[in-house]
Design a protein around this ligand. Structure first.
Ligand SMILES: Nc1nc2c(c(=O)[nH]1)N[C@H]1C(S)=C(S)[C@@H](COP(=O)(O)O)O[C@H]1N2
Ligand SMILES: [Mo]
Length: 223
């Protein structure tokens, strides 16, 4: 039998505290101070800093006209919803500055993303208590999977802007997922669908040997 997920409540409380504070430091320390016993460096182990913004994809950059773009959110939810571009952009907007860590060892600091907080989307579709994972599917055939608590972290979003401008096709526009505390492959570019599920299902890189959990701070690169 599916068990209710207590972390949903915990994340919701954390989100409420953050929203109550109304602001946070413009740059978050990369390493959450609560993670005792780990280094206090902002750069995760085995990573180097890049000033540019490398582009990683499957060799396909799908071209999606905004009039045809849809984001389909479903699975084990009370209120499945498919957004058009206009509908999606009418949702409350969320901006967050975070660091970006690719498993191929480059990191980029201070990425300013804007879009819709994942939390806001969850509030709309209302995941059922038995949901433990979230699956993302993209217009290029890519997919990724994360634990619900990672998707509901207070800096996770479906971004439509980078650095004040629409996200380019190179970087996954019209919309891409950003989950800053996990390696960047977990964040699907060109996102098309989000499914809330009880059972985990490995995504594109997870079936090819990458770690399921993808924590940069423990060099959790391969499964
Ligand atoms: N749809 C899709 N999303 C994807 C990928 C991809 O190939 N296709 N690559 C992932 C990887 S490995 C990384 S590091 C980041 C790269 O994002 P960037 O190209 O904007 O640097 O996107 C992730 N999301
Ligand atoms: Mo990556």
């Amino acid at each position: 039998m599916a068990t209710p997920n207590p972390s949903l409540v915990e994340r919701k409380e954390r989100w409420a505290r953050k929203m109550a504070a109304k602001e946070k430091p413009p740059v978050r320390p990369g390493n959450p101070p609560l993670r005792l016993g780990r280094s206090t460096e902002r750069l995760p182990p085995g990573q180097h800093l890049t000033q540019g913004f490398p582009i990683l994809d499957l060799g396909v950059k799908p071209e999606i006209a905004l009039k045809d773009w849809r984001l389909e959110i479903g699975g084990l939810v009370e209120n499945p919803k498919t957004f058009t571009w206009e509908e999606f952009n009418a949702l409350p907007q969320f901006e967050d500055v975070s660091d970006f860590h690719c498993v191929t060892t480059w990191s980029k600091f201070d990425c300013r993303w804007r879009g819709v907080a994942f939390f806001t989307l969850a509030e709309i579709v209302k995941p059922k208590p038995e949901v433990h994972h979230v699956l993302f599917s993209s217009y290029d055939g890519y997919s990724s999977n994360v634990r619900i608590e990672d998707a509901l972290d207070d800096d996770a979003l479906v971004a439509t802007q980078f650095d004040g401008k629409p996200i380019t096709r190179d970087h996954g526009g019209p919309a891409r997922v950003i989950i800053p505390k996990l390696y960047a492959w977990k964040g699907a570019k060109f996102v098309r669908a989000i499914d809330f599920v009880a059972e985990d299902k490995p995504g594109f890189w997870e079936v090819r040997g990458y770690s399921n959990t993808a924590d940069p701070w423990t060099e959790d690169r391969f499964g």
